[in-house]
Design a protein around this ligand. Structure first.
Ligand code: 4NP
Length: 161
């Protein structure tokens, strides 16, 4: 019987800033540990479908040794509720958007991404899109904390070696 690995999708509004950074941070940690997990991201909006992440997001990830330039935006879909075990919204609007399209009988665990970070439960990842480059440093820090929280959620040591 095939072993079932966790599958996680991060969801923000545009899928070009916050969720690609969380996607990249977790993907990096999963790859480092040789875990066969599925990690993805999507937006509640479809305006940036097919687009690469925002240049400022690509730059901050690259400064931390993570390449997210190959990611492409897509809109979240009702079938994501059966494809993924864990659906992590970056803010409360994203969470409301997810609940609005959730199939009635889905089994996915849908919650705020920062709920998995001790002391940050119930908080939103601030949207850096309309701000300056410094906002993206804060987004990266949140993305890293979330990646660590997801590892711990699935019983993997989240410490950075
Ligand atoms: P994200 O940021 O949801 O973190 O990807 C945004 C990206 C694009 C827009 C808004 C937020 N936009 O309005 O196009």
């Amino acid at each position: 019987m095939a072993e079932q690995y966790p599958s996680i999708v991060f969801v923000c509004l545009g899928n070009i800033c916050r969720s690609p950074l969380a996607d990249g941070a977790l993907r990096h940690e999963v790859a480092r540990r040789g875990l066969g997990w599925t990690v993805d991201s999507a937006g509640t909006g479809g305006w940036h479908a097919g687009d690469a992440p925002d240049k400022r997001a690509i730059a901050v990830a690259a400064r931390h040794g993570v390449d997210i330039s190959g990611l492409r935006g897509r809109q979240v879909h009702a079938r994501d509720f059966t494809r993924f075990d864990l659906i992590l919204a970056m803010d409360h609007d994203n969470l409301a958007g997810l609940h609005a399209i959730a199939p009635p009988d889905h089994a996915a665990d849908v919650r705020l991404a920062l709920d998995l970070v001790e002391g940050r439960e119930g908080q939103a990842v601030a949207d850096p899109y309309y701000g300056d480059a410094r906002g993206f440093d804060a987004t990266w820090a949140d993305a890293q904390a979330i990646a660590r929280g997801v590892l711990r959620h699935f019983g993997v040591d989240g410490r950075y070696a």
